[in-house]
Ligand binder design. Structure first.
Ligand SMILES: [Mg+2]
Length: 184
């Protein structure tokens, strides 16, 4: 299972959540599979999906799922300590770990070697950390949403990108419709 195939299985589970999606091909894939107003497609700030998700979760009672990538999380590891100490019950950090910087040419990340993002999350203080294969992730995510506690899910998939155009929505449209979704 690759990232696109994984996202296809996640979309039904994400229906009633606020979704912050990692910049680049992950956002293009999510948009292509299903565009909804509860999706915030990042158009910049690689590495900050988890931080945006945390800030959002602290300001709303709705469930927030930060759809992060392994390469992006490796750029912002301090976030795991912040989440480990300050995450509210409505935040789920779901890391799609394909061992690859997918949006920049599929260069391998260190999660192919000795680096464990799950171990790093636990070391950062995150209490509920689950690493699972891609095909179990939708079920794990649904359980995490039901549990109503901050969770980190590391979903292991294989590299690979679906060739897709960029998300065609204007940034202001994206921002405004997401703001409305937060407030309703
Ligand atoms: Mg990746």
């Amino acid at each position: 299972m690759n990232r696109y195939e994984l996202i296809e299985t996640l979309v039904p589970v994400l229906k009633d959540t606020l979704v912050v999606c990692n910049i680049g091909i992950p956002s293009q894939e999510l948009f292509s599979i299903c565009d909804r107003e509860n999706h915030f497609y990042m158009l910049g700030s690689m590495g900050l999906c988890s931080s945006i998700g945390l800030g959002l979760a602290l300001t709303t009672n709705k469930s927030v799922v930060a759809l992060e990538g392994d390469g992006a999380l490796l750029m912002n590891l301090g976030t795991l300590a912040t989440i480990g100490n300050r995450a509210p019950d409505n935040l789920i950090l779901l890391v799609i770990d394909n061992g690859s910087y997918g949006s920049t040419g599929d260069q391998a990340t260190y999660t192919n070697e000795a680096t464990s993002l799950a171990a790093m999350a636990r070391g950062g203080g995150c209490q509920s950390v689950i690493e699972c294969p891609g095909d179990e992730t939708a079920r794990v995510l649904a359980n995490a949403l039901d549990a109503k506690q901050p969770s980190v899910i590391i979903s292991k998939v294989v590299p690979g990108n679906r060739p897709l155009p960029v998300v065609p929505l204007h940034p202001i449209v994206l921002r405004e419709r997401f703001k409305e979704t937060i407030q309703t």
